[in-house]
Design a binder for this molecule. Structure first.
Ligand SMILES: *Cc1c(COP(=O)(O)O)cnc(C)c1O
Length: 398
């Protein structure tokens, strides 16, 4: 049997491939240059245009672009009225920002467990964690697969909760024909370079609700309004006059970032199609490989996958996850693990969270790793990645 590179065999590929990467075109660069050479590098027309593009792409009534996905989540919590003493339910298998935004508001993140096959938050566990302090659910479309939105909607309606969708992974996905952005009460995107489209850093919140929209606009620009109808009637001093009517932040995106985002959105259909094709190739290649478990697809979600996760069935393999991960690196296929359960981090431990809270999440975490997935991957990159996984699964098979 072929020896893994880590044990002295020949690596599957010579140059390193990474789990995710942006794809910037000449046109993207030209779009940014144009703005940099013009009069408005921030607070100009490109931000408005990006918002219109996101609203029309998703079918949502309103979009507010901001400087990160994390800011988007914070703004959504502010618009939802989250405050000290409140609880917000989210998943532990996510980037920390999904829970940190609750802490920013002085409220308490409560972790519901995941479904062990889809890895998304389990609606039954959401229900089990509701108290009279619960105000909202932040459901993460993990890897791009949409959460069980109908069940979560029904729970939120029953208990009067705000349904916030952390869609950092899922722009371009849809649920029963509805685009992500037009499903939850508020939906948050991220435009970090590893995500489906990028603005360098950036994010957006989408909503169909006029009241949330007003609050989101205020939250991301200092709580300042120029709209006379919103002012409280302090003496209007002249054309320069504006009022700060709540406490907000500077979470604005620049115009050159917005230009990059618009240019990336011109190619989103191409990006999504390529991602789906790679995922189909992986699903087909791994479906019968002993020791490798693939993420279950739910039929309601037409998924633009941001991450492709293989889960090692460690009972069927002689290696640990760490050994498999290091062996993949030695084959020059650099993986990553998404994610360490959020409440395991020291910051959360110091707040009183303990291991064992979400057994499914902790069990799934033990075996997962993300393999390369990004639209600029060549067919050879895909073949090499498949070859590396199969080679190691065969070598380490019990
Ligand atoms: C990337 C990400 C965020 C944060 O987005 P930033 O743009 O990096 O601030 C939030 N939630 C999830 C699930 C993410 O993957």
């Amino acid at each position: 049997m072929e020896l893994p590179a880590i044990l002295g065999g020949k690596p599957v590929r010579e140059d390193k491939i990474y789990y995710g990467r942006q794809w910037i075109s000449e046109k993207d660069i030209e779009a940014v240059r144009e703005v940099l050479e013009g009069p408005f590098i921030t607070c100009g027309p490109k931000v408005k245009e990006a918002e219109e593009r996101l609203a029309s792409y998703t079918g949502a009534k309103h979009a507010v672009v901001v400087n990160s996905g994390t800011s988007a989540l914070h703004c959504a919590c502010i618009a939802a009225g989250i405050k000290e003493g409140d609880e917000v339910i989210t998943t532990p298998i996510t980037f920390a920002a999904s829970a940190n935004c609750v802490l920013y508001c002085g409220a308490k993140p409560v972790f519901a467990d995941i479904n062990p096959e889809t890895y998304n938050i389990d609606p039954a566990s959401i229900r089990a964690h509701i108290t009279d302090r619960t105000r909202a659910v932040i459901a993460v479309d993990f890897t791009g697969q949409v959460v069980q939105a109908d069940e979560i909607r029904a729970i939120c309606d029953e208990f009067g909760l705000v349904f916030i969708e952390d869609a950092a992974h899922s722009i371009g996905s849809s649920y029963n024909g509805k685009m992500v952005g037009n499903i939850a009460d508020m939906t948050c995107f991220s435009f970090h370079p590893v995500k489906t489209v990028t603005a360098g850093e950036g994010g957006a919140i989408l909503t169909n609700n006029d009241e949330y929209y007003k609050k989101l606009v205020l939250a991301h620009t200092h709580g300042i309004t120029h709209d006379e109808d919103e002012m409280e009637g302090a003496p209007h001093e002249g054309p320069w006059y504006y009022e700060q009517i709540s406490l907000g932040y500077n979470y604005r995106m620049t115009d050159f970032q917005a230009a990059l985002l618009i240019s990336q959105l011109d190619r989103i259909d191409e990006f999504v199609a390529r991602r789906k094709k790679i995922v189909a190739a992986y699903d087909e290649a791994f479906k019968d490989v002993p020791g490798i478990i693939v993420q279950k697809n739910i039929p309601e979600s037409d998924t633009s996958r941001h991450l492709y996760i293989i889960r090692l069935d460690l009972d069927k393999l002689t290696c640990t996850r760490r050994e498999f991960f290091d062996a993949m690196s030695a084959e020059n296929v650099q993986c990553q693990v998404h994610y360490v359960p959020v409440y395991w981090f020291p910051h959360y431990r110091h707040l009183g969270y303990e291991k064992g809270l979400c057994p499914n999440a902790e069990e799934v975490y033990k075996g997962i790793m993300s393999i390369p997935l990004y639209p600029a991957m060549t067919d050879k990159d895909i073949e090499d990645t498949i070859a590396a996984v199969k080679k190691l699964a065969a070598y380490y098979r019990k």
